[in-house]
Design a protein around this ligand. Sequence first.
Ligand SMILES: Nc1nc2c(c(=O)[nH]1)N[C@H]1C(S)=C(S)[C@@H](COP(=O)(O)OP(=O)(O)OC[C@H]3O[C@@H](n4cnc5c(=O)[nH]c(N)nc54)[C@H](O)[C@@H]3O)O[C@H]1N2
Ligand SMILES: Nc1nc2c(c(=O)[nH]1)N[C@H]1C(S)=C(S)[C@@H](COP(=O)(O)OP(=O)(O)OC[C@H]3O[C@@H](n4cnc5c(=O)[nH]c(N)nc54)[C@H](O)[C@@H]3O)O[C@H]1N2
Ligand code: SF4
Ligand SMILES: [Mo]
Length: 746
Amino acid sequence: MVKSRRDFIKISALSSAGLFVGNQVVKATSSVAGSEKQDSDYKLPSELKRTPTYCEVCFWKCAGWVHKDEDGQIKKITGNNLDLNSNGRFCPRGTGGVGMYYDEDRLKYPLIRTEERGKQTFRRASWDEAFKYIADKMAKIKEEHGAEATALFTHGSGGKHFTKLMKGFGSANVAAPSYAQCRGPREVAFIATYGQGINSPENTDIRDTRCMVLIGSHIGENMHNGHVQEMSDAIDKNATIITVDPRFSTAASKSKYWLPIKPATDIALLLAWIHVIINEELYDKKYIEQHAYGFDQLKAHVQSMTPEWAYGITTIKPDVIRETVREMAKAAPATIVHPGRHVTWYGDDTQRLRAVAILNALLGSWGRRGGFYMPDKVSVPHAKLPPFPKPEFTWRDAMDGKYQLADLALANGMCDATIPTSGMNRSIKGWIVNGTNLIETLPDRKKTLAAIQNLDLMVVVDTMPMEITGWADVVLPECTYLERYDSIRDSQHREPTIALRMPAAKPKYESRSAWWMAKNLSRYMGLEQYFPFDTLEEELDHELKQMGTSLAEMQQVGVKKWKRAYDDIYFKDGEAVEFFTNTGKIELYSTAFAEAGFDPMPTYTAHPEPPQGYYRLIYGRAPMHTFTRTANNPNLTDLMSENSVWVNPKVAREWDLKNGQEVYLQNQDNVVSSFPIKVRVTERIRWDSVYMVHGFGHANKKLSRAYGRGASDAEMITNVMVDPIMGGTGMRGNFVTFRFTKGEEA
Ligand SMILES: Nc1nc2c(c(=O)[nH]1)N[C@H]1C(S)=C(S)[C@@H](COP(=O)(O)OP(=O)(O)OC[C@H]3O[C@@H](n4cnc5c(=O)[nH]c(N)nc54)[C@H](O)[C@@H]3O)O[C@H]1N2
Ligand SMILES: Nc1nc2c(c(=O)[nH]1)N[C@H]1C(S)=C(S)[C@@H](COP(=O)(O)OP(=O)(O)OC[C@H]3O[C@@H](n4cnc5c(=O)[nH]c(N)nc54)[C@H](O)[C@@H]3O)O[C@H]1N2
Ligand code: SF4
Ligand SMILES: [Mo]
């Protein structure tokens, strides 16, 4: 075996030597410049029986209240009635968020990788040491390769603070996996069509919809709180739900139509729907005439794409295709063809989402009640900072001019730019990874690890000992969202709303907030000018006062709403609307794609099918878990402690598989799952596919409840279908078969 620069190390129980270091830590920590404030970091207002927060268990960011008992122990979290994301109710995961705070496996102290007797290990360090170590390494990278040779991977609230630090340092390499591994293709497709993305929370007007089409979007298991509630209200009001999914999802069980499509063929279905809606003249003529560009080209383009043509591809019967699109047209414009959220499936995802955007335009649902509303938000005014240095190169320079239409950075692109290529003479040498478990999050793990081996520095900021922390040089323990202030939540909605997160308890152990880390690192790195406030409390109060409120008021109310400045949530009849596209119109024919050399209108291309004895691996969410982050949460493991692999009875018979039997999975590249997974025999999945929930099969033994429970879908995702338009990583082109023993990797 080639000796690697960096081994995966478990964060082991620290020896007595560690304890000794620990004693020093107390002293050392208090010598961090300006950190006298650390112990009294936050004043916890004892008079507040409940403190406001917004949830970090997923990115819906519901605002709620943390309740404590007389002894100040955190007891429960409930929703804030003023909040539009939650309507005062938390989902099971959000309620279980308390478990993150109490989890005894949490990261407790800063750690630094060392080599002892030829073996790599972590030693406990003081914050001072850790900051100094990072600042020195960053300075060295800057000297040798330029500040541009550093990157920040981040997902979650603390990212804003580290972003400021990186930009101040001179790097523009900042990416979240929620773009190229999630909703990126959707944003690019809607920007190309309407000049405006979807963003989060999605501007789908589910509350008032009369017909909603879910294409591989499994709301109900995908537990986006406010939208699950709105969908259930819409169903109560007899809205028609049409679900397109190779799996009988929870949403499918509530649907008038379930279309168990052959995976990877959705574009054909969408084009056939577009064909019918145009040829049967069911589209919104007035709307299209007034707002759209390229109708004639679109009409000509789809002429051969009949339901009969699509039947051969999708296995959905022509009469079902016709009937369902007539239902959509009947309810229009209060119809939503839902764009989904995790849409990086087959590499032609931007084009699939273009087809979704086009179908919505034909239904006239964009800007209409029950379709897509026009969201509003307030912008939080930030303190004026000195300008950031201008980077001379970014990850884009390693892309050979590709993916120009990506409007945000690609996490996979930054990973690629870390592996030396001929295209770029300098590769990235330092990573800060905040709140993202890249090993389980990015597809093609081998590549991620190859990139990591090429680094001079990897800092991981996390709350838990995850797969990614095992590869770090320095681990910085963040306190949970229940123990810290964070930036004001200012996401879009029907009305502009802000929410405050404040600590309900002091940070446990030596964990600290991302803000505190970024602030202190800025001192060691000579970047203090980008962090002008001594505490985040002062910074927030300064921002809030400019908005006509204050920290004190927000501590009492948690959420504050503003009236919309204009009555423009829906387009008015006949209103002239200017769209931010080249033509100022809704582009059925994308001039931007044509200019960039891509198909201006979506086409269907066939994707590889599973070889004999293999099944397409598809994956999704379970209502009580979020990605890999909750698999060890004591409250949530009580509800679901492992995943299973869904197998059609026909397949089970062929393999003689029984319910509950443990199997290993092996993919097309002969990768075998590290752990076995239980079989669930069910008619709810097509015979050509198997299904599992993402987020299980943890490999870090320090996760005492999650280690080895179930299997990891990510481990099986070695084939990546990259979207040529924006660089998203299609992850559903992987096929697995069953093994009864682990054996040697073939
Ligand atoms: N195979 C596969 N890959 C996927 C997906 C999939 O379904 N299957 N889904 C994709 C999608 S849609 C997305 S959005 C991404 C999500 O990707 P990630 O955001 O990477 O998801 P998680 O697995 O939850 O990893 C979050 C990490 O943050 C840590 N964490 C939790 N709370 C905090 C905190 O307060 N502070 C800090 N610093 N850290 C914290 C957790 O311990 C965990 O290590 O993954 C994408 N990748
Ligand atoms: N409980 C919970 N809720 C979450 C999350 C979570 O971790 N936990 N994560 C949140 C995040 S960041 C995201 S991005 C969303 C993701 O949630 P969504 O955007 O709703 O969905 P996906 O994960 O892409 O899709 C999963 C569904 O697609 C189906 N599917 C698989 N292949 C195909 C295909 O080829 N065609 C069709 N039509 N369907 C297919 C699967 O059977 C499954 O039902 O969920 C969010 N909500
Ligand atoms: S949907 Fe659930 S987990 Fe996500 S932010 Fe809201 S309460 Fe938290
Ligand atoms: Mo996502």
